[in-house]
Design a protein around this ligand. Structure first.
Ligand SMILES: NC(=O)c1ccc[n+]([C@@H]2O[C@H](COP(=O)([O-])OP(=O)(O)OC[C@H]3O[C@@H](n4cnc5c(N)ncnc54)[C@H](O)[C@@H]3O)[C@@H](O)[C@H]2O)c1
Length: 460
């Protein structure tokens, strides 16, 4: 049967990247049919319901607009592959937990399974687009698998890494700084690349659609995340020095950020970065460097992760020290469990580390978050200790000895801290792991205030 659509696009992997990116393509390109498939039937069921599996501002509206018209979520991967002209592969590529490269290298098992399935189910030539973040040279492995049965079908493998940030995914997809498409420097490579450019050109100005060779494209994604994480670790490293010297990290960040060569973004000191990507991608980069014998380069990038671990550790140690070196039996409220604001995602969240360490000190925990409590409960499953999950921040803080702000949810900036203070155990402590509240006002209310990267304000 002739399709009414100009192109049939498939995305394998209906996660944080696959779902929103395909929703945006479907929304901007009504002339294409976009199918999103996943091996996880619950995820697909959720994408087809009114409770989407992920929270992103603006996502519900876009999905509601196009789902069932030109955006479809199904578990029928074989048929999806068979019918597709272009296949985006957006499966997860976590850090390997076993064998050679465990704890460092990317685990490519999901990726490879997808390649084999594409080969098995294809009866016509297709463009395969790497959307997942992958080690440089992965396209070569993909190509080898796809060419392994010597059939007449041609698969052209391209790289089109995703640069969206969770929490602002819809904004980032609608108005990206750039889109990057890498291809083999061959006639068929360029031809395929033009087809992918054509998709994005439906709503993105041509000058923001970059093209490159495929290896530069693969590597650029790892490097972008490494640079972003490096900036966070740089300011976090300075925050520790500020605490020792009575400098104020916010003032330092402002002063250096006004230098246009440095820029003022991504200079907020915090309890540390989290999320499914930064650590994984840096470790992947480090592993790659080591595999080429570039040990000094590898050490340099690995230190970004070490500083991040150090920052999380010292946040908890500061809490312990401030609260008279004992947390046993004390009730501590975590404001936020998501790894950043405006997402329910808790993968690699610093909150998980902080919670674990506080429980090891026999503290009682109250975890509060406007979007991530379900994930928090899953993450903390099986961890011993007393944990309560309370969405309302006022109820959560009631009777607590301390609050630790872990996620920079806007909500926490505007609470009635007088009311909160009066409901807490005294002396009441607040550890601002994001520097988002007014420390002087909180101090005047009566809190002992511990910001990141500036001297504590205490009543003792
Ligand atoms: N999350 C982000 O902010 C972000 C941003 C840019 C790039 N990335 C990269 O994009 C990729 C996907 O990340 P994510 O956060 O969307 O992951 P995710 O875990 O949310 O989603 C991946 C999905 O792929 C599915 N899947 C795995 N194997 C499959 C298979 N063989 N067939 C069909 N489905 C399969 C899983 O069930 C899952 O639903 C990763 O490589 C990640 O590094 C993520």
């Amino acid at each position: 049967m002739e399709s009414a659509f100009q192109k049939n696009i498939l995305c394998i992997g209906a996660g944080y990247v696959g779902g929103p990116t395909m929703a945006m393509i479907a929304y901007k390109c009504p002339q294409y049919r976009v199918n999103v498939v996943d091996i996880n039937p619950i995820r697909i069921q959720e994408w087809n319901s009114s409770e989407l599996p992920i929270f992103e501002p603006g996502l519900d509206e876009i999905v509601a607009e196009v789902r069932g018209k030109n955006l479809f979520f199904t578990t029928d991967i074989d048929k999806g592959i068979h019918d597709a002209d272009i296949i985006f592969v957006s499966v997860n590529t976590p850090t390997k937990t076993f064998g050679v490269g465990a704890g460092m290298a990317a685990d490519l098992q999901y990726w490879e399974k997808t390649a084999r399935q594409i080969l098995r189910c294809s009866e016509s030539s297709k463009i395969i687009v790497e959307k997942s973040t992958l080690p440089v040279k992965t396209a070569l492995a993909m190509e080898r698998i796809l060419k392994s049965d010597n059939s007449h079908i041609h698969f052209e493998v391209l790289s089109n890494p995703e640069f969206l940030a969770e929490g602002t995914a819809i904004q980032d997809l609608e108005n990206p700084d750039r889109v990057l498409i890498g291809c083999s420097q061959t006639e068929s490579g360029f031809k395929a690349m033009e087809q992918i450019v054509e998709i994005y050109a439906n709503w993105i100005p041509k000058e923001r659609i970059l093209t490159s060779n495929i290896w530069s494209s693969e590597l650029s994604k790892l490097v972008a995340n490494a640079f972003l994480a490096q900036r966070i670790s740089s300011i976090n490293a300075i925050s520790e020095l500020c605490e020792k010297t009575e400098a104020d990290v916010k003032e330092v960040a402002r002063a250096i950020g006004m230098d246009t060569r440095i820029g003022n973004k991504f200079l907020n000191a915090s309890v540390g970065f989290g999320g499914s990507c930064f650590q994984k991608d840096i470790l992947n980069l480090v592993y790659l460097c080591r595999s080429y014998g570039l040990n000094i380069v590898a050490d340099y990038w690995e230190s970004v992760v070490s500083i991040n671990n150090h920052q999380k550790e010292r946040f908890v140690l500061n809490m312990l020290k401030a609260m008279f070196n004992t947390l046993a039996g004390k009730k501590i409220c975590l404001f936020g469990f998501a790894f950043k604001a405006d997402t329910g995602d808790t993968r690699e969240t610093p909150a998980r580390y902080v919670a674990q360490k506080l429980l090891e000190e026999n503290a009682e925990l109250v975890i509060s978050d406007p979007q991530a409590l379900q994930n928090a409960q899953k993450d903390m499953h099986g961890v011993t200790g007393k944990i309560h999950y309370i969405k309302d921040p006022y109820a959560a803080a009631q009777g607590c000895h301390a609050i630790a702000i872990i996620t920079e949810w806007d909500l926490y900036r505007h609470l009635d801290y007088k009311k909160i203070f009066s409901s807490m155990n005294k002396p009441a402590f607040i550890f601002d792991g994001r520097n988002i509240v007014d420390h002087n006002i909180l101090f005047d209310i009566g809190f002992n205030v511990y910001p990141i990267g500036k001297p504590a304000l205490t009543h003792f």
